[in-house]
Design a protein. Structure first.
Length: 333
């Protein structure tokens, strides 16, 4: 395995795939002994040097993210094209790499065959609407009641819901090709974002959900007669671990442009407000989803009401890297 510093010697086309493979290797390992929150804390510490490098001397690598990172939206389009019939996609909104060990362990225990398991990349900014548009839908809500239409996903029936997983089973139609976008865990992330112990609560709830019969019964219905991909639109940052920006002028600029968020539409006025600090606080990128200022790396700042402890849409690895797990029931090998 290459070291973090080797990203300066790798061809740019190989840098992002290498980083995603490395971060996957850190977070997909079984939890083993110790509390889940302590294991996840140690894994975050392992990737912090790479996050800091991407926010410091290697920040310009973000310019190549859209063209070189293994994007989830493209991987899903490729999956759809190569499977003539009998396929499904389950998007768990804001599922991160932290939750992968439960998915892999339970899939094996429950007799599913795992065809592929890796990390893929969100859109920029790492949010729900950008991902929906990348799939050819106007927004997530467009998938409700089988209403989603996309040129990339022919013959598809779609659904989106935040109902408990056991109640979602009745929303799955007897159709060979499905996309189901569930609102968990994003709905919980937003509710827990102001809670100082929100991450520990989310980790405990994630273990309960992803180890429960209700979730896997829902997955089993989706996978009946279909090859199933479980993935996400974006991940999330445990911002409670991030250090505060302490420079007064920098803090004022970040509050002015981002409030308590991690992305903002870019224009000349916001660019002037953010200044030209070295290393930069943010990265301005013209993406497929518009011109954006995105917060670089592991930064937060004091803001009215307090900066949320859980957030997404900035440029840190666990915001932009998501699971890709392709499974089937034994009869569908």
């Amino acid at each position: 395995m290459a070291s973090v510093s080797d990203i300066f010697t790798l061809p740019v086309a190989q840098v992002w795939p290498w980083m995603f493979d490395w971060v996957w290797s850190v977070f997909s390992a079984p939890f083993g002994t110790g509390t889940v929150s302590s294991v996840l804390g140690e894994r975050e510490r392992q990737i912090t040097p790479l996050d800091n490098l991407l926010a410091g001397s290697a920040w310009d690598l973000w310019d190549s993210f859209e063209t070189c990172a293994p994007r989830t939206s493209q991987a899903l389009a490729d999956f759809w094209a190569r499977r003539p019939c009998g396929k499904a996609i389950l998007i768990l909104d804001a599922l991160s790499l932290r939750e992968v060990p439960w998915l892999l362990e339970q899939a094996q225990v429950r007799g599913f065959h795992i065809h592929a398991a890796r990390a893929t990349a969100s859109e920029l900014p790492a949010d729900t609407t950008s991902f929906a548009k990348a799939l050819g839908f106007a927004q997530r809500s467009a998938l409700a009641n089988h209403g989603g239409k996309s040129a990339q996903f022919s013959n598809v029936l779609t659904e989106t819901s935040g109902l408990p997983f056991t109640d979602c089973k009745i929303l799955i139609p007897p159709h060979p090709d499905l996309i189901f976008w569930h609102h968990w865990p994003d709905d919980r992330i937003h509710k827990l974002a102001e809670d100082g112990g929100g991450f520990r609560t989310l980790a405990k709830e994630s273990e309960q959900h992803l180890s429960a019969d209700d979730f896997w019964a829902f997955v089993a219905v989706l996978a009946t007669g279909r090859r199933l991909v479980i993935t996400a639109d974006h991940g999330y940052a445990n911002v409670g671990l991030f250090p505060d920006v302490t420079d007064k002028d920098q803090t004022l600029a970040l509050k002015e442009v981002f409030k308590s968020g991690r992305s903002a539409p870019a224009d000349d006025a916001t660019a002037a407000a953010l200044g030209h600090w070295v290393p930069p606080l943010t990265c301005r990128l013209t993406t497929q989803h518009g011109d954006w200022h995105l917060v670089l790396g592991r930064k937060k700042w004091k803001s009215q009401g307090g900066y949320p402890t859980l957030a997404h849409s900035g440029l840190s690895l666990l915001e932009v890297a998501v699971p890709w797990i392709e499974i089937s029931q034994p009869s569908m090998l």
